[in-house]
Every structure is written in C-alpha cells, then in structure tokens.
Write a protein that binds this ligand. Structure first.
Ligand code: BES
Ligand code: MN
Ligand code: MN
Length: 455
C-alpha cells in the first residue's frame, strides 16, 4: 500500500487541522456547562464521517450525552467492523499546570499538546482518516460502522442501554477500539486485558458541626482521624486488601502465564524515573507488570474534611470524606465488590460516627483472546507498519463498556491503541506524538485488509 504513505504525507496538514477543530470543542462530559459542546463535537464527527464517505451518519440522543452512529455498507457477504471511540474528555484542571491552552492544540517537539490529543479524540480521528483513505482509493474491504460516544469518561452510563436498543443496527464481526497504549514507538503492542472498576465515595460524620478542638478535642470522635484509620485498615503491610471476600473471584494466573506476562519489555528504572519516585510499591510477591495487569488494587483518589485553608484553625471537624477506587481483574464483579466494600466499611466504623457509602460508578474487566482472526489481523497489520510483531499486553486501565459489548452484542473487541503511557492522559499537558497519530492511520487499513482476507 505505497499510496497509503503518500496519501498521509499529502494530507498531513489537513488531517491535523481537522483534528484540531475537534479538540477546540471543550467536550468535557462531567461538566454541565459543556452540555452544548457535546452536541457540537458529535455534529463535527458526523460532518467528518459524511465527508469521508459513509452512507449515513446520525446523532442519537440518550438520557445523557449523544452517541454518533455512522456506517458504510459495501456488501452483505463482507465482514463488518464496528469502530468504537469516545469524543468526550476529562476536565482540563488544574489549568495553571498547562504550558499551553488545553483547548487550543499546539505542536511542540513533535507532539500535539491538548486535552483529548490522545484520549480519545486523537485516537478516534485516526480511524476517520484511515476510513477516508480506503474510500478515496476504493480499497475498503469490509463494512464499517462507527459508534462514537460522549460519556466514556463518566462511566458510559447510557451506552449499554443504547447497545440493547439498537442491537440490530450494531451487528458486527468485531469491535475495533483505539483507546489504549502501546509499549513504545518502536515496540508495538496490542492490549489484551483491561481492569474493571469499582468506585466508591464514603463520608464519616461525627458532631453536627465543627467544634472547638480545645473544648471538645480528646472527648469526641474526630471523623478525620477515624476515616484515616479506617482507610489505613483496608490494606496490610504487604499490600493485600483486607475486605472480606475481596479476592474470592480473582482468577489466579498459572506460573506459566506469569512467566509469559513478564517477558514483555519493561524498564523498571525508566518507569520510576518517568514519575519521579525512587521505589515502586504494591502487593508483595508480584512484579510491577503483574500488579498492573493481573492483580486488583485499592486507591484513595481524594480525601477531604476539616480546615484546609491558610494558617491554623483549631477545630474538630464534623465530617470527613474520601473517594476510593478499586481496580478489578477477571472474574471479579464490580457490583459484588461494591457490596463487599460497603458492608466492610460500615462494619469497621467505630462508635461515635455515622458512615455513608455510595457507589459512583463501576464496570467489569476484559480479557481478549489472541487466537482469533481479528487479533491475528491486528498483529499482522502492526508487523507491516512497525516491522515488528506486536506484544500482547494486559493493561491496568479500564474501558468498562468493552465487557458490556461482549455481554450485549456478543462480540469481541480488539484494543489496538497507539497512545504511550507518557502521553499524560487525564493530566495537565496531555499530548499525542505526531508519529503515533500518523502510524495509527497507516496501520488501520492493513487491519481491514487482513481481517477481510481471514473472514
Ligand atoms: N482510554 C482510557 C482507558 C485506558 C487508557 C486504558 C490507557 C488502557 C490504557 C479511558 O478513557 C479511561 O480513562 N477510562 C477510565 C474509566 C472510566 C470508568 C472513567 C479509567 O481507566 O480510569
Ligand atoms: Mn479513553
Ligand atoms: Mn480517559
């Protein structure tokens, strides 16, 4: 496909300009103030799909943000690829940590800097441009459906319902997703595992208002002290989670599987350096690769309560709260873990405080087989464009809707992501290297080619 490289070269500038126009729309799904931007982003993708050559593309309203669906059907006998992506992004805060405007993309050192540059606007855009190429050159070998949602970053609360409702419209042979990372620019990889998620918020209440810490301190339960102790008691010194039943459904890997898993290139020193820590930490008896890929974990995402402004204010706070996430692995079920957590947390609450626990969102993990035609097609595509066979990797991140796809649509997903761990997704100065963006556009048509040949 020599014309493919030429096509990319000739259209580079336009591809970037068009991507930048999408990035300029601040489609932050968690903020009410951006509600209208969600429609603008959806409409923009519709416009891009129509210009690229789909038969039809429409915005579907949901109870939340809209879903974009478009398709190009070339023949009933052809295999169908459903491309999934998300046009919503995480908030840009803290704004002062950005070196340029998060919604005004800027290219520096060969990278696009902006919120959504990688996750997932940059990555979904590769699919639009790869599709455009196949249409222009009349080389599209499969039917293609695009389903681009606007609620991934808030847990896809409406997409499962959408999938059930439009099951027939979404019929396909494989779901292709670019919303993950690869090991390095010269080490291609395909994600074969995602972790599930159970995300809780807890609140501990003591007295009905903040009290003078001299007049009451030492005589009344302090919610911040208590919450700290409760959280500390959730894990032991070996990094084991102490919630009863937590590990019951964890699928344990065999020694053979663990050996395989640890073969992937991984530089622990670079890993430490990249986040400026001098030591890694986690569950005893497991490597960092295993801790991320096949073991669950529990993390406080945020904690607050009492007086946190400038100077000292001598109070005994009325309340303390925390957001706690648990990354899950097969075959843990998030609803069950929610319940185990809630029961445990209420059980360990001492006298003198009241505890509230609620689940914010959750989802199941996913493991993809590596012996199906779609995986082999993705593998061969990477081999063609990177000159190396990609390595299957179990990622620590989550895309909960992928497990729902399997449950509702009964279709496997291929996680062919082109991001890097260093792209700072969800962080200030999110970026996406131009190399990865164009490499993705180059690789995707090969996937279609091989997938069509194999089916
Ligand atoms: N694209 C990410 C997930 C991801 C990134 C997986 C890199 C593997 C490698 C996705 O947009 C995301 O951020 N997911 C959330 C889950 C969601 C329920 C908020 C996550 O993993 O925290
Ligand atoms: Mn994403
Ligand atoms: Mn994300």
């Amino acid at each position: 496909m020599e014309t493919l490289k030429n096509y990319i070269e000739e259209n580079k500038k336009r591809f970037l300009e068009e991507l930048f126009d999408l990035i300029r729309i601040p489609s932050v799904s968690s903020k009410a103030e951006n509600k209208n931007d969600m429609y603008r982003a959806a409409e923009y993708i519709i416009d891009q799909l129509l210009k690229a050559g789909v038969d039809k593309a429409e915005v579907y309203k949901t109870d939340g943000h809209p879903v974009v669906f478009g398709e190009k059907i070339i023949g009933k006998d052809k295999p169908t690829v459903l491309v999934y992506g998300h046009y919503d992004v995480q908030p840009a805060d803290p704004l002062e940590k950005w070196n340029s405007d998060p919604f005004e993309p800027e290219i520096r050192d060969g990278k696009i800097y902006a919120r959504g540059a990688d996750d997932d606007k940059g990555q979904l855009f590769m699919h639009l441009k790869a599709f455009e190429y196949m249409i222009r050159t009349e080389t599209l070998p499969c039917n293609v459906k695009f389903m681009i949602e606007g609620e991934e970053e808030v847990g896809s609360p409406n997409l499962k319902i959408f999938c059930k409702k439009y099951k027939n419209m979404l019929t396909c042979d494989v779901i292709l997703v670019s919303d993950t990372t690869m090991i390095a620019q010269d080490i291609p990889s395909i994600t074969v595992g995602l972790r599930g998620l159970s995300y809780m918020e807890v609140e501990v209440t003591g007295p009905d208002r903040d009290l003078h810490s001299g007049l009451y301190g030492g005589a009344v339960a302090n919610p911040v002290n208590i919450l700290s102790k409760m959280i500390a008691s959730l894990t032991d010194k070996d990094g084991k989670i102490l919630i009863k039943g937590f590990y019951d459904d964890v699928l344990t890997a065999t020694d053979e599987e663990r050996k395989e898993l640890n073969k992937r290139p991984f530089n622990i020193d670079e890993f430490k350096k990249s986040i400026n820590v001098d030591q890694v930490a986690g569950e005893k008896g497991y490597t960092t690769i295993e801790r991320l890929g096949i073991r669950p974990c529990l993390d406080v995402n945020g904690i607050w309560g009492g007086y946190t402004e400038e100077g000292a204010k001598t109070i005994l706070p009325s309340k303390a709260s925390a957001k706690i996430s648990m990354r899950l692995v097969p075959d843990q079920k998030s609803k069950k873990i929610d319940k185990l957590f809630e029961d445990h947390f209420k059980l360990i609450a001492p006298e003198g405080v009241r505890v509230k626990v609620r689940s914010l969102h959750g989802g199941e993990g996913y493991v993809a087989p590596i012996n199906i035609p779609a995986y082999l097609a993705a593998s061969r595509a990477c081999e063609d464009t990177f000159g190396k066979k990609p390595i299957p990797v179990r990622s620590g991140g989550s895309i909960p809707i992928v497990a729902d796809f399997e449950e509702v649509l009964k279709v496997k997903s291929i996680l062919l992501g082109f991001g890097l761990d260093s792209d700072a997704i969800h962080s200030p100065n999110e970026n996406y290297p131009l190399f990865n963006f164009f490499k993705g556009i180059e690789t995707i048509p090969y996937f279609y080619k091989y997938f069509a040949e194999m089916k």
